[in-house]
Design a protein around this ligand. Structure first.
Ligand code: COA
Length: 383
């Protein structure tokens, strides 16, 4: 399977009190259209990842809002899969091209989260967890991932310092990324000493609450060279699901949906994990990156902490992870994140990642998770 990406566009991620969701989505979409050098009239359909505009800003029907603003009367579909909404929007765009229905698709994601105070955003986000078994009892996403962290420390001896190193690495990468919400470097001590959110996770172990939008122009592979000399191809796409509630899972330290989605994507791409040059993984909390690197096969189960000690996931390491700065430093506008991950891989494979550039990057992977692991989407990209 092969679908091309011929254009990318984002907004800066952060607190955009002066811009609406509509304006953010249009900015990202327009940037992608300009980058792809397509005319609006050539786009056949739009897939827009958005988790909860109804709760965050009181606006539903957001895909039509975007198509209308772009002056396009084409099919426009909102895609929701919690924090994996963007990754699923990308997958739906791929499928609509592979079905033969569409030649050119705009796959984007947008979320406007900071109009609510933190308690309101936390309640909206908990819509992605089990209402009956988790939200009702007062659990939040930081506390769900704190349980995963505690269990990982118990089962594998993962240390608090190793977990903190994810934030240090990703803030370093974010300091090199102009669209990141946080451009400042931090130390392990600062992570350990920042405000406790859900023991053992502190403020600096958490992704923030963010506004932002991102967009990709997808194109039938055979047509790509008509628009660009430098297309990036999607060669594998896997998606899998699991129970919403954490306690119903086989294990707290493996996301089975990630494992399954990755198996499908690797098989479809005809590669194995050793062929991956770099990855953007879903680090909504620091521990999530450790679990993801294990579930994707970058190391054995339980050895994600060791990868950090060895520097293997740094920009110059064996398998650079979250070169963009990840959700931790770039920010996590939930519906847009999966699309932004793909954009980082496209920039890397085009050789346009500037100070974050990974040498000779040829094959990249994205991993986008909804909730505490009820949805996972994995994509594989090649030059
Ligand atoms: N990382 C680094 N700095 C952060 C931060 C984060 N995650 N969140 C906030 N900050 C900074 C702010 O920039 C601000 O700095 P300033 O005082 O220099 O301006 C300061 O910390 C306080 O910010 P505030 O917005 O008041 O923080 P808060 O206490 O209301 O929210 C969290 C902090 C961690 C609770 C919130 O970011 C959160 O809920 N994150 C998780 C989001 C989530 O669950 N997403 C879904 C994942 S599945």
């Amino acid at each position: 399977m092969k679908v091309a990406i011929i254009g990318v566009g984002t907004t800066k991620f952060g607190e955009h009190w002066d811009k609406s969701l509509r304006e953010l989505a249009i900015e990202a979409g327009t940037n992608a259209i300009i980058d792809a050098k397509v005319r609006g009239s050539e786009i056949d359909s739009i897939y827009l990842g958005n988790m909860s505009a109804g709760r965050f800003i009181g606006q539903e029907h957001v895909a039509a809002l975007v198509s209308g603003e772009l002056g396009l009367s084409i099919p426009a579909v909102r895609v929701e899969g919690a924090c994996a909404s963007g990754g699923i929007a990308l997958r739906q765009g791929i499928l609509s091209i592979l079905s033969g229905q569409d030649d050119i698709v705009l796959a984007g994601g947008a979320e406007k989260m900071t109009d609510l105070m933190t308690d309101g955003a936390t309640t909206a986000l908990m819509g992605a967890a089990s209402q009956e078994w988790e939200a009702y009892y007062g659990l939040t996403f930081p506390s769900l991932y704190a349980m995963i962290a505690r269990r990982h420390m118990f089962e594998f001896g993962t240390t608090r310092e190793q977990i903190a190193k994810v934030a240090v690495k990703n803030h370093h990468n974010g300091s090199l990324n102009p669209i990141a919400q946080f451009n400042k470097e931090i130390t392990v001590e600062e992570v350990l000493n920042s405000t406790m959110v859900a023991d053992p996770l502190t403020l600096l172990d958490c992704s923030p609450i963010t506004d932002g939008a991102a967009a990709l122009i997808l194109c039938k592979a055979e047509l790509a060279k008509k628009y660009t000399d430098n297309p990036v191809y999607i060669i594998g796409s896997g998606q899998a699901s699991d129970t919403l509630a954490l306690h119903d899972r086989r294990s707290l330290t493996t996301l089975d949906a990630t494992v399954k989605a990755a198996q499908v994507a690797y098989k479809q791409a005809g590669i194995n994990v050793d062929d991956i040059d770099l990855a953007e993984v879903h680090d909504c909390f620091t521990i999530a990156e450790i679990v993801a690197t294990e579930d994707l096969g970058f190391c054995k189960k339980g050895e994600g902490g060791k990868l950090l000690d060895e520097g293997a996931t740094e920009l110059t390491g064996r398998i650079p992870v979250n070169t963009s700065g990840g959700l931790k430093a770039v920010g996590h506008p939930v519906g847009a994140t999966g699309v932004k991950q793909a954009i980082e891989i496209v920039l890397q494979l085009r050789g346009e990642a500037d100070k974050r550039q990974v040498k000779d990057a040829k094959i990249g992977l994205t991993h986008n998770v909804g909730g505490s692991g009820a949805t996972a989407v994995v994509h594989i990209f090649s030059r």
